[in-house]
Design a protein around this ligand. Structure first.
Ligand SMILES: Cc1cc2nc3c(=O)[nH]c(=O)nc-3n(C[C@H](O)[C@H](O)[C@H](O)COP(=O)(O)OP(=O)(O)OC[C@H]3O[C@@H](n4cnc5c(N)ncnc54)[C@H](O)[C@@H]3O)c2cc1C
Length: 463
């Protein structure tokens, strides 16, 4: 089963699959993984040095991973400001917030310039509260952003919040114009098309089965080897299994979503007319937006955890959380309670300890680079990832290659089975805490304390 967005993108474009690699290939740069990270890196490398010979291999088809199935909310890192400042200091935190906002604009500019029709809408985002305990949750970070001169949020009157968000469930709302929504499958497939047009050699159905350091690096696949001067790994949630040294650097957790059949009149009636994304202030947030073809998509993170970072079959099946999501949808939008769902799906997110992605040189080698750990917030940030990885692959000395984001993982989860059992314990505590808060009850103290382990990573992650 292909997730809804990817299937819709495939149906609308009717492109042939790129043939698998047969035999050996030689190139300047080999990119492994055909999601946003791999494709942005390829495109940025071509932009910088058009003559560069690039081979991109993808185990399935481009967009089969998180990039073809996410919630399509392109958000900046402003809500992560405290984590950025704590880890990297004020100057870098301010730079990264600005860059993350710039990336959102640049994705739109790139799509417009290259005819990528991915329903990109720069209509902003609303961070809200859906119970009394969440009220005020965004105030401190907005105040900090304001002090640094990088605040894009403004508090809206409640009536306006509820109208923009199409739901009376919201009790407050901060609006930022620096956010977009996209049809994620069309975005990733559009990037693939442009990469092909610019001469990137793409082999789909071609999994890396091994990597041997050296000059050139050898990337092994079932039916051939790619020899490359430099290699970029954009494997996202697959990275932790492919390279055991990363096993403890991320926890693999699903985000789950549902999408309705088209109901444009109902959406118009409740006021959800724009491409705004709406996120509440839970730890495992609810996030939703409408689509250009008049549907409503709603998702929620933090559901299925994978023992040992395994890719579970359930990640490619309809969401087991469909009934809960249906209930949430009815809770937000009573008028939509009877609208049929067109699909549900889920997918693996790579949640890092910090909630931020990390980049680096594999095994300290100067010619193999990696980046992952986007923690359920990668639609915008993968564009920054492309800038980092293309800069590393070109051997540049610039703010991206000097950034502390390039220091590899900045924290490790405990080994299994502690990570798995601990993750479930924290997840269940969060669920109990948020259920109590939804009912206006005081949550148990232990649940609040356990929930802090996840909250530390920062707000607005969808994994
Ligand atoms: C359900 C869900 C909802 C999300 N919602 C949002 C959202 O609303 N907003 C947001 O900002 N972020 C969201 N995210 C996160 C975002 O989608 C990701 O951070 C982003 O897509 C990561 O892109 P990527 O290219 O690094 O990884 P991916 O898109 O996962 O690409 C990795 C690719 O590597 C391939 N691969 C794996 N192993 C091999 C191998 N051995 N050889 C070759 N290829 C291989 C895979 O097939 C895959 O195509 C969500 C994620 C999920 C799962």
């Amino acid at each position: 089963m292909r997730p809804f967005w990817l299937q819709q993108a495939l149906d609308s474009a009717q492109e042939a699959v790129c043939p698998p690699l047969q035999g050996d290939a030689r190139c300047d740069v080999c990119i492994v993984g055909g999601g946003y990270t791999g494709l942005w890196t390829a495109l940025m490398l071509k932009e910088a040095v058009p003559a560069l010979d690039i081979v991109l291999i993808e185990a399935d088809i481009c967009g089969a991973g998180a990039s073809g199935r996410n919630g399509g909310c392109a958000l900046s890192w402003s809500a992560k400001y405290f984590t950025l400042e704590r880890l990297f200091g004020v100057a870098e935190a301010v730079r990264l917030v600005r860059e993350s906002e710039r990336s959102i604009g640049e994705i739109g500019t790139f799509c417009a310039a290259n005819g990528i029709d991915c329903d990109y809408r720069l209509d902003g985002t609303l961070y809200t509260a859906t119970n009394a305990a969440q009220v005020g949750a965004t105030d401190a970070v907005v105040a900090a952003l304001e002090r640094k001169g990088i605040n894009s949020f403004s508090r809206l009157p409640l009536e306006q919040v509820q109208r923009l968000a199409g739901s009376a469930r919201h009790l407050e709302g901060w609006f930022s114009p620096a956010a977009a929504t996209v049809q994620p499958g069309k975005l990733v497939r559009g990037l693939r098309r442009v990469a092909l047009q610019r001469g990137v050699r793409i082999h789909e159905g071609t999994a890396m089965t091994g990597l041997e350091h050296g000059t050139p690096v050898q990337v092994r696949t079932a039916q051939g080897t790619v020899r490359a001067d430099r290699v970029v790994l954009g494997l996202n949630a697959w990275m932790a299994r492919a390279f055991p040294q990363f096993e403890r650097s991320v926890a693999i957790v699903s985000s789950d979503m549902v999408i309705t059949e088209p109901c444009p009149e109902l959406l118009h009636q409740i006021g959800l007319d724009s491409g705004i994304s709406v996120l509440d202030s839970r730890i495992f947030v609810h996030y939703y937006h409408n689509t250009s073809d008049g549907r409503l998509m709603l998702g929620k993170g933090g559901n299925t955890f994978a023992y040992g970072g395994r890719m579970l079959p359930v990640f490619d099946q309809p969401s087991p959380y469909r009934p809960l999501l249906r209930e949430s949808l009815g809770g937000f939008f009573p008028a939509l309670a009877e609208v049929p769902l067109a699909a549900s799906w889920n997918g693996p997110s790579d949640r890092s300890v910090t909630g931020l992605p990390f980049f680096g040189r594999l095994d300290g080698q100067g010619n193999v680079f990696y980046g992952f750990g986007y923690s359920g917030s990668g639609v915008g940030p993968c564009h920054m990832g492309g800038q980092i990885l293309s800069s590393l692959a070109l051997g540049l000395d610039n703010p991206w290659t000097r950034s502390p984001l390039v220091k590899g993982p900045l924290g490790l989860f405990p080994p299994e089975p502690i990570r798995y059992l601990g993750s479930l314990m924290v997840r269940n505590a969060i669920r109990r805490k948020e259920r109590a808060e939804d009912r206006g009850l005081r949550p148990r103290r232990l649940d609040v304390r356990l929930a802090r382990f996840a909250a530390a990573a920062g707000k607005a992650d969808k994994g």
